[in-house]
Design a protein around this ligand. Structure first.
Ligand code: HEC
Ligand code: HEC
Length: 258
């Protein structure tokens, strides 16, 4: 056989610089940018290349294969471990997708070169925010006493208060032991049963009773009466409403709680 130069083997396979995307509608892009800024920047970074706790989005296959938000939508609506779900419309999600897609897949962003500190907030403002938003359930001299001595990494501390029980990100540090969600179903006056919530939708509620037996109840509007007790409601509900400033200020305050 004549000496044939071997075919060049690429050292590693670069993600293709695809997809070639037509420029997005500017209004859609603008709205998506704003929504991304409010809901996603904190975890995925201003440039979608990763932030506090959230992965780089640019090169994930979901994002690469997504066209107008159709693949991203279920993730946004259902959430993931460490990512809350968001109640956003198709149009809003299409905007967010357009914004994420506006970054070059192979691109590089100078913002990545800034030192990765997240303690950029104003602790005094954070304290005010804390007493307004958190003091109903916590106190820095009570159940959060010395929290910053226990969780010394500010990033992890931030993740802990944003999503208790999420495991503090990749580090695998011991998550806070989070009490489970329970539900009370009242089938008739004076007849109610409380247990661990397994599943609920418009038609059924399934709980595990104190004996460990799963119990299914058919739902029809308000009957039976169903009351969910989510101990982390105080954490889940406001997730979509924090601004970046709130988050940074609050973390800046909490790192002082030594
Ligand atoms: C509280 C932090 C947090 C927020 C806020 C958040 N995410 Fe996430 N997101 C995560 C984490 C953590 C993961 C990885 C979950 C996993 O590994 O299962 C993730 C995963 C994803 C993925 C899947 C990536 C993959 O690897 O397939 C997409 C897409 C995504 N997020 C988009 C968004 C968008 C869009 C928003 C805003 C509407 C958002 N996220 C808000 C934390 C967050
Ligand atoms: C409605 C009640 C409620 C509200 C409001 C609330 N939390 Fe929590 N928080 C909990 C529960 C329940 C847990 C999990 C059990 C525990 O650690 O006490 C928790 C856990 C935490 C933890 C982890 C504690 C640990 O020991 O690891 C931090 C930090 C935290 N919350 C901070 C905050 C901050 C900051 C706010 C305000 C933005 C807030 N919480 C609002 C109920 C609440």
């Amino acid at each position: 056989m004549a000496a044939q130069p071997p075919a060049p083997v690429p050292a590693f396979r670069r993600p293709p610089a695809f997809p070639e995307r037509p420029p997005a509608d500017p209004a859609l892009l603008e709205s998506g940018k704003a929504l991304y800024g409010v809901h996603c920047t904190f975890c995925h970074g201003v440039d979608a290349r990763g932030g506090s706790g959230g992965p780089n989005l640019i090169r994930t296959s979901v994002v690469l294969n997504d066209k107008n938000g159709e693949l991203i939508a279920p993730i946004i609506r259902e959430g993931r471990t460490g990512m809350p779900k968001f109640d956003l419309t198709d149009k809003q999600i299409a905007g967010i997708a357009a914004f994420i897609h506006s970054f070059k897949v192979g691109g590089y962003d100078v913002s990545r070169m800034t030192p990765p500190t997240i303690v950029t907030g104003d602790p005094a403002k954070g304290e005010v925010y804390f007493s307004k938003t958190c003091s109903g359930c916590h106190s820095v001299t009570g159940n959060l006493k010395g929290i910053a001595s226990r969780i010394t990494d500010p990033k992890q501390l931030q993740q802990t208060w944003l999503m208790p029980g999420s495991g503090g990100g990749r580090g695998g540090a011991s998550p806070t032991k989070v009490p489970p969600v329970t539900v009370t179903v009242t089938t008739a006056p004076g007849k109610s049963i409380t247990g661990l919530l397994n599943r609920i939708d418009d038609f059924f509620v399934v709980l595990t009773d104190s004996e460990g037996t799963p119990r299914t109840f058919t739902r029809d509007g308000d009957s039976p009466k169903v009351v969910i007790n989510d101990p982390l409601k105080g954490h889940r509900d406001p997730l979509g409403s924090y601004t970046d400033n709130d988050i940074h200020n609050l973390t800046a305050y909490l790192v002082t709680v030594k």
